[in-house]
Design a protein around this ligand. Structure first.
Ligand code: 5GP
Length: 138
């Protein structure tokens, strides 16, 4: 499959689609998932055109790993979950639905309703509130 430059995350990187940002530098962008599986569900993407992990240049991995750790730590502070899930799907058979490489960072704890993947859109005001809770701890 060839990378589609018009996918929604490519548009977000170029500023052609809106998102609620968490963290950004020259290599990565992190923003709130619009259909959060739990409150605080955050996405992290490289600023590089690739569908999956297999074609990503080495220099991006350090930035992604560092951002993952920072965001997971901030989520732990913000929501005090007992678990933090970091998930990344490669290919539609693995459940991938947006074909620009991305990592999900999701707070988990008993009693926190874990919704089905890509199921329930939330408005931007709600996402802004959750983003503020996380950004405070970055
Ligand atoms: P995948 O199934 O590819 O691992 O995950 C794609 C994720 O992107 C899903 O969790 C879905 O809710 C999220 N998503 C899909 N469209 C948008 C969008 O337009 N904006 C944001 N912020 N997230 C999106």
């Amino acid at each position: 499959m060839t990378y589609n430059k018009e996918n929604i995350f490519a548009k977000i990187i170029k500023g052609k689609a809106d998102c609620v940002k968490i963290l950004e530098n020259d290599y990565i962008l992190s923003f709130m998932d619009v259909m959060p599986q739990t409150p605080g569900h955050t996405l992290l993407i490289p600023k590089y055109d690739t569908e999956d992990i297999f074609n990503l240049p080495e220099e991006y991995f350090t930035f992604l790993m560092d951002a993952k750790k920072r965001i997971a730590r901030a989520i732990k502070k913000a929501y005090e979950p007992t678990g933090v899930m970091i998930m990344q799907l490669n290919g539609k058979e693995a459940g991938q639905t947006v074909f620009h490489l991305h990592f999900h960072i999701i707070p988990r704890k008993d009693g926190l309703n874990y919704k089905f993947h890509s199921s329930d859109p939330v408005n931007f005001n709600e996402l802004e509130k959750e983003a503020e809770k996380i950004k405070k701890w970055l």
